[in-house]
Each structure stands twice: as structure tokens, then as C-alpha cells.
Design a protein around this ligand. Structure first.
Ligand SMILES: Cc1ncc(COP(=O)(O)O)c(C=O)c1O
Length: 356
């Protein structure tokens, strides 16, 4: 089992974190002269002259109830991208340690590692886009600090087998991050329910997908309290704005709306997938547990460019390992999906080169 203190970069073990004005004081007061704020307010309708709660306690309180996770096991960041970056910075010594990723997967694990000058080892998923625990464990040495598993995986859309994840969480000597950005579309339990069993497990979720709040930038990391306190120590003091905290609370007070939207998106997903299957252009529609679907088409770049000309943007993944010829398509509104299907049909009549 991973020893967090040992995994942490040595210089951070004795880090004295920044103590914000609001860290030093807790309780009730009428006069705040401690943070050099403007006491007169601002020109906006709502007042934002005071710094926000650095630990977002009201948001965590609401989230803890919805997700059935204790508040001291929740970290909130400026998108889950912030949590990815903080984890790499906390645990990986540049030019010495490495992370392991399982391509094809979400791009930010590698980008964050590259920014931090941390080596990235890649172990491709299997042909059916599942982790290969034995191959992954073959790559492990004392510098393996974080393994990133994305489930449901982006860009392929499929859940990663729980047996494989369990084996990896139990055998990997460092931290295992299970990125569940798309979990709300998958209808399965979160790995966050297993935090008690695995002190080296970190689960990422986000308000950017099912909650419909990508513009707010609010991401979640669930982990054991010791790990959460490490992230809190190294984060910028006010990493989640007051506006974001307020809007997240508002959304969580109406969870029925989110659930209703997820149902609509799942319904639209099945309509879209059936329609895509019927298009002569489409060679394969991959199974998905997320709010997007990967499709294989001949000359994917050409199809992508055609759609761009028609004002429709999908994601070209055709040059990504194991995704040759593939486009990743987000499930849109009914009208958007209709336009996409019309234009894919138009491509076949207008543009497709004869494939001999
Ligand atoms: C798998 C995965 N993780 C994380 C993120 C980033 O989420 P956030 O908007 O919370 O930074 C994305 C965004 O596309 C994603 O696909």
C-alpha cells in the first residue's frame, strides 16, 4: 500500500503553505480589515469585493451529501485540470519521476506532465480499449508516481473494466487516479465509494459535463483526507471564485434538472448512434458510456474539414494511436444532432472520393 509521505516530493514535506487572511481568522466578525479588499463594493449587481472561502465549505457540504463522500475527502479546483496539475506537482520530481498513462486517453495528463518536466510512460490500451494491468505493472519502478485511468475513457467513450482498475489500485506502488469526468452518463457507482479501501486512490469528477457548467471551471478530486490536505497546502489560496461557488450551489440545489438533462442526452445518444450506424459513410460506431461517441469513417480528416465548412465542429482523433480514422462526436441537442446527420449524408453525395 502506498505511503503518501514517502511518495510526496521531499521539499514539500516541510512546506509552509501561504496563510491567507481568511485562514488566520475563523468565526463571526463585523469589520474585516485583514485582506486589503475594497470596502465599498463594485459596479456589479452582486457584490464581489470580498475574497471567497478558500476551502469552499458550503460547496463541499452540498456535494458530500449528493455524492455520499465525507467533506474532508473532497478537494475543489479550477476545473479538474487544476487537480491533475497539482497532483503531478505534488508527487513527481521533475526529470526523475514519471507518470503512466494509457493512450488513447485524455490529453491533459501528458501536457501537465510535460509542463512540469515529468516523464510520461505510455502503455496502450488493448484493441478493445481496456487497460492491460500486466503490461502496465511491467513498466513500474520506484519512480512510478501516478497512474492515470480515464473511465469512461476519452476519446473512446467506454468504461474501463472494474477488475482491471481494482488490480491496478491494489498493485501499483504509487497513486492511481481514476478520472470519472463522464461518470454521470455511465450509470455505474463511482470509485469514490471505495476510498476507505484504497489510500492511494484519487477520483476526479467535474461540473463541466453532466452538470452543464463548463464555463464555471469547477473540478473535484476525492481522496483520503491526508492527500486532500496535501492538495490544499499547495493550491493557490483562492482557486475557486465566489461566482463559481455560488453557481455550483445553485445547480446542486436543483439536482433534478441535471438528472433530467442526463436522461435527455442518453436518449439522444441512442437516436444518434442508430442514425450513424445507418449512414453508408460510417464504418463503425463504437460503444460508449459517455456523452460522446467515436465513429470510424474513411478519410476522417476530409470528413472533419467538410463539417467545419458547414459550421459543425467535431473532434478529429484520426491521428491518435488506436483511433485511426476516428472522429469523436459530442451528443448535441436534438437540432444539432439532426444537422450533423444531414451534413454527413451530404458529404457522401457531394464530397466522398470513390474508394476503390
Ligand atoms: C477525461 C477528462 N478529464 C478531465 C477533463 C477536464 O475537465 P475540467 O473542465 O473539469 O477541467 C476533461 C475535459 O474534457 C476530460 O475529458
Amino acid at each position: 500500500m502506498a505511503d503518501l509521505e514517502k511518495l510526496l516530493r521531499p521539499h514539500l514535506r516541510k512546506l509552509v503553505p501561504y496563510a491567507s487572511a481568511r485562514d488566520e481568522f475563523s468565526g463571526e466578525a463585523a469589520v474585516f480589515l485583514d485582506a486589503n479588499e475594497n470596502p465599498l463594493g463594485s459596479a456589479t449587481a452582486e457584490e464581489y469585493n470580498r475574497y471567497p472561502d478558500p476551502y469552499q465549505q458550503r460547496v463541499k457540504h452540498a456535494l458530500a451529501r449528493i455524492k455520499n463522500v465525507k467533506e474532508n475527502r473532497i478537494f475543489l479546483g479550477n476545473g479538474s485540470d487544476e487537480a491533475i496539475d497539482l497532483l503531478i506537482r505534488a508527487f513527481c520530481e521533475p526529470a526523475k519521476d514519471h507518470i503512466i498513462i494509457l493512450p488513447p486517453t485524455y490529453g491533459m495528463y501528458k501536457v501537465s506532465a510535460d509542463v512540469n518536466n515529468v516523464e510520461v510512460k505510455e502503455v496502450l490500451l488493448s484493441a478493445d480499449y481496456q487497460p492491460r494491468p500486466d503490461k502496465i505493472l511491467e513498466e513500474v519502478n520506484e519512480h512510478s508516481k501516478i497512474l492515470f485511468i480515464c473511465s469512461p475513457n476519452n476519446p473512446t467513450g467506454n468504461l474501463q473494466e472494474s477488475g482491471a482498475i481494482q488490480k491496478l489500485v491494489e498493485s501499483f506502488p504509487g497513486l492511481v487516479v481514476v478520472d470519472e469526468a463522464y461518470i454521470d452518463f455511465a450509470g455505474v457507482d463511482s470509485w469514490a465509494q471505495k476510498l476507505d479501501d484504497y489510500p492511494n486512490l484519487i477520483v476526479l469528477q467535474t461540473f463541466s459535463k453532466a452538470w452543464g457548467l463548463a464555463a464555471l471551471r469547477l473540478g473535484i478530486a476525492y481522496a483520503n483526507p491526508e492527500l486532500i490536505s496535501i492538495l490544499n497546502k499547495i493550491k493557490p489560496p483562492y482557486n475557486v471564485s465566489e461566482l463559481t461557488q455560488e453557481r455550483a450551489l445553485e445547480a446542486m440545489s436543483n439536482i433534478d434538472k441535471m438528472n433530467a438533462q442526463v436522461s435527455i442526452i442518453l436518449h439522444e445518444r441512442s437516436i444518434l448512434m442508430e442514425a450513424l450506424e445507418e449512414l453508408p459513410l460510417v464504418e463503425k460506431v463504437y460503444p460508449t458510456d459517455a456523452n460522446f461517441v467515436m465513429v470510424k469513417v474513411p478519410q476522417a480528416r476530409r470528413v472533419y474539414d467538410f463539417l467545419v465548412k458547414k459550421g459543425i465542429i467535431v473532434r478529429d482523433r484520426s491521428r491518435v494511436a488506436l483511433c485511426e480514422g476516428c472522429l469523436r462526436i459530442t451528443v448535441g441537442s436534438p437540432g444539432e444532432n439532426e444537422q450533423l446527420l444531414l451534413q454527413l449524408a451530404a458529404y457522401t453525395s457531394e464530397e466522398a472520393e470513390p474508394t476503390h
